[in-house]
Design a protein around this ligand. Structure first.
Ligand code: PEP
Ligand code: MG
Length: 845
């Protein structure tokens, strides 16, 4: 009869039952029943039925209890659509009353019967009657005396006797669980886990396998893998004479498998253990998932009460998916789909141990994942000094600038007061794989006093230890335990499969040989963006660069550039060699020149000394180069047009390095990219000069080489005018950091100050510097791509802003027909997996 009732359904192999009507637990129990596994009789209540119960409309209790023996005890468990959304706790032993107590005392012994009744009275009092949990504190006696006291205490508090009718008890339990689910706290909690606001709850009413009594009785949980590593390892506990999940907390719990550390279920009840192992293995193959089973043993017989996906770390998730595919249980495509690409960050960087206690001082933008502890330092020089002493330090700055790069290299993590996802510290941090929190403006940064003050008033000084959790964007006090990165063989296998399935190339943004080596180790298809400005911040170069900036006459400028040329040539040769013939896209100098000049008086004095100029000259020149709005000023191609010697030098260095690296290695075809273009004429001018440098190098050396010249599209105008720019460019690479900044008219360095308020209030669905704004910026990308390709069908399209590493943006770029995305080296694995998932999803429709 119940099979016909969509709201009260006896779980049988053929009963209509779906996760989206009865919840994941009910569906899973049906699967176990279909496998003929020993599941106690269970009835599932649908979401609709539970919703009505919450409104006070109980189902037909007689029908609900019909499948159970008249005197059977039952339990109720929650069954939300996705088990991760949680639900109210299970209530066990419903049906216990004075009469069943007497019967069970005869059958199981008085103590067991008293324990069962007592447990139910306590759960009912707290969860159903909502009485004070402390009311049972004074009961010290066990057994029958304790039970009598508990029943008495209940009657006193509730002002009525403990209900004796099983139907009444069950109705009240169902109502309290249904209402708990609809409460505000529960709703917010599950929404935080990704549940929709109106997510439904199902409930399952199950015959109690008691776990107490004569013979071997007890309960436990079992799974076949280690939840941390995913390696094969029977894991779990069993506790004799227990119920529910007591085994996980009970001190007398047994190991499951024979174990040197103590007694095991395998020794105590070998047959039950063998059955359990076989049942769990069958669940693994037939449910196509690594499962954790909750079980009860009753007088030696095993009952399976429940099955859930094994909870797991990201590292275990990768190994589990790979092993399931290797064992032929799931196809490789499915293994790829089972891993959240972002979760790979856990394998790529050290993390705060999820079980460690977190003393959160403040929150900011989670700009670069990973965690590290170290002593606070407030300047790049101090960071370098710390590193020289072998001490781990955290570089704390208001914001970082190119001058801080060497300090960043020396630090184990970076914390800044200002900035957002694409500010300097964030971009460099991700490139270096350095944990980084930016925009932590709720802390007080007093750099002169060398103190950092948390919102709660705690003050930290230079040398104090803190922890930066760049994965969660948190600053923590002290040194919570960390867990190491783990790029094991399973991770490597998953990456190989991702390469097999993905149909868009993934390149890396890499500025240094170390970045390039990381990119290679993750199997990047090339370098999509080499920001050359970082090469000029080495001490020996910075001074020559400054000389060049201060040169009055073209010949003086050329002399300084002649000294930079061999250094640049060596940089590029090394990059080409590391990349072994894979494409390397080099961006000509982009930032405004004043970024290379010192900002304070002491720096000006040092520079005056080095250049042998009066201090006032230096100060005036620095002032003259200041701009009101440097990000919209003399930078990018505007420098190339007005101070063309710099690009000439860079082009020459690229071509000479090409010849050198091709001589003893794979042939190199360099790509040269012009930044911040907004007009066709800019491209024509730079192209003419680069072409003539190429011709000059060819004439001087006689060595043949080819190259590709392309345009970085990062102004809205360049997107709109892509049709006239493309004929002069072999490729267009969208710089979505600047493009987002200019599309929104929103400073990428200052957005952090109000971005969280904007996102919280729903003004922006996400931080557009983090997740590509497909509506606005995306439309510009689409326009640029379409107009560019229409003018030049073989045009190579790519994206090299930070969005290149975000899974959603990769989907967008793939659909728009882009050839590759480029992201920071440590995001290459994330990007590869995301790209493979998009391809697989397209394939399976
Ligand atoms: C961009 O603007 O998207 C970009 C990649 O360049 P940068 O971040 O160096 O300005
Ligand atoms: Mg840019």
């Amino acid at each position: 009869m119940q099979q016909d009732n969509p709201d009260i359904t006896l779980i049988t192999p053929s009963a209509p039952m779906h996760a989206n009507t009865h919840g994941g637990r009910a569906k899973c129990l049906q699967r176990l029943v279909r496998l003929d596994l020993p599941v106690p009789t269970t009835v599932a209540l649908s979401f609709d039925a539970v919703h009505r119960i919450a409104a006070g409309d109980l189902p037909d209790m007689q029908a609900l209890l019909a499948p159970f023996d008249e005197d059977a005890l039952v339990c109720v468990r929650p069954s939300s659509e996705d088990p991760d959304w949680g639900g109210p706790g299970a209530v066990l032993n419903i049906g216990m009353n004075d009469a069943t107590y007497v019967d069970l005392a005869d059958a199981l012994g008085q103590d067991a019967a008293a324990t069962l009744y007592m447990r139910f009275v306590q759960a009912y009092a707290v969860h159903v009657a909502k009485l004070d949990p402390d009311m049972f504190d004074d009961i010290e006696m066990a057994g029958q005396l304790g039970l009598s006291e508990a029943l008495h205490a209940y009657e006193e508090e509730a002002e009525e006797p403990f209900p004796q009718d099983r139907g009444v008890q069950l109705g009240a339990v169902l109502r309290s669980m249904a209402r708990a689910w609809e409460g505000t706290t529960a709703r917010l909690l599950r929404q935080a886990k990704g549940a929709p606001a109106d997510a439904g709850l199902g409930l399952v009413v199950q015959h109690m396998a008691i776990g107490l009594g004569q013979g071997e009785c007890g309960s436990g949980v079992i799974q076949l893998v280690d939840p941390q590593t995913g390696l094969e390892q029977i894991t779990g506990r069993y506790l004799s004479q227990s119920q529910g999940r007591d085994a996980l907390t009970g001190e007398a719990a047994l190991f499951l498998e024979r174990d040197e550390r103590g007694p095991s279920l395998e020794e105590a009840a070998p047959e039950a253990f063998a059955d359990l192992k076989a049942h769990t293995a069958l669940m693994r193959t037939r449910l196509r998932e690594e499962m954790q089973a909750e079980f009860t043993i009753e007088n030696g017989k095993v009952w399976l009460l429940d099955g859930v996906r094994v909870p797991r770390t990201a590292r275990a998730a990768v190994r589990i998916a790979v092993r399931l595919a290797d064992d032929g249980i799931i196809p490789r495509e499915e293994a790829l789909l089972r891993i959240d690409p972002r979760a790979l960050n856990e394998l790529l960087h050290r993390q705060v141990d999820p079980t460690a206690e977190r003393d959160v001082l403040a929150r900011g933008v989670a700009a670069s994942p990973g965690a590290a502890h170290g002593a606070i330092v407030f300047s790049a020089a101090e960071a370098q000094a710390s590193a020289a002493r072998g001490e781990a330090c955290i570089l704390v700055r208001r914001e970082t600038s190119p001058e801080d790069i060497r300090g960043m290299h020396a630090a184990v993590a970076v914390l800044t007061e200002r900035g957002g996802m694409t500010s300097h510290a964030a971009v460099i941090g991700r490139g270096l794989g350095l944990p980084c929190v930016v925009g932590a403006s709720e802390m007080r940064f007093q750099l002169r006093k060398k103190t950092l003050t948390a919102p709660d008033g705690r003050t930290f000084r230079q040398g104090d230890m803190i922890t930066i959790d760049g994965t969660h964007g948190e600053v923590l006090a002290g040194q919570p335990a960390l867990i190491e990165a783990a790029q094991d063989d399973a991770f490597q296998t998953l990456m190989n499969w991702a390469d097999e399935f993905r149909d868009i190339n993934i390149r890396a943004n890499a500025d240094t040989p170390a970045d390039a080596a990381t990119a290679r180790s993750f199997g990047a298809n090339g370098i999509g963006l080499c920001r050359t400005e970082h090469m000029f911040f080495e001490d020996d170069r910075l001074i020559v660069m400054r000389e060049m900036i201060f040169a009055d006459r073209p010949e003086d400028r050329r002399a300084a550039l002649d000294r930079l040329l061999p250094m640049q040539r060596a940089d590029f040769t090394e990059l080409f060699r590391i990349m072994e013939g894979k494409p390397v896209c080099i961006r000509l100098l982009d930032p405004p020149l004043h970024e290379f000049l010192p900002h304070d008086r002491a720096g000006h004095r040092e520079l005056a000394e080095a250049l042998d100029l009066p201090l006032s000259d230096v100060t005036h020149r620095v002032e003259a180069l200041q701009e009101y709005n440097p990000m919209l000023g003399m930078r990018g191609v505007r420098l190339g047009v007005t101070v063309p010697e710099i690009y000439d030098m860079q082009a020459r260095a690229i071509f000479e390095a090409t010849i050198e690296a091709s001589r003893d290695g794979d042939p190199v075809v360099p790509e040269i990219m012009i930044p911040l273009v907004s007009a066709k004429r800019e491209v024509e001018i730079v192209k003419n000069r680069v072409d003539s440098v190429a011709a000059a190098v060819y004439n001087e050396t006689g060595a043949e080489f080819t190259y590709r010249l392309g345009v970085m599209v990062e102004t809205p105008r360049a997107c709109l005018r892509a049709g006239e720019i493309a004929p002069h460019a072999a490729f267009l690479s969208f710089g979505t950091n600047d493009l987002t900044q200019m599309t929104y008219g929103l400073s990428r360095d200052d957005a952090g100050r109000f971005m969280s308020a904007y996102v919280q209030r729903g003004v922006f669905p996400e931080d557009p510097f983090h997740t590509l704004d497909t509506d606005g910026v995306g439309e510009l990308l689409q326009i640029g791509a379409e107009r560019g390709r229409a003018a030049r069908p073989d045009l190579i399209l790519s994206i090299c802003g930070e969005h290149g590493g975000s899974p959603e943006s990769i989907g967008f770029c793939r659909k728009a027909g882009f050839n590759y995305v480029s992201c920071s080296p440590y995001r290459v694995p994330v990007a590869k997996l995301a790209a493979a998932q998009h391809a697989v999803l397209d394939k399976i429709g």
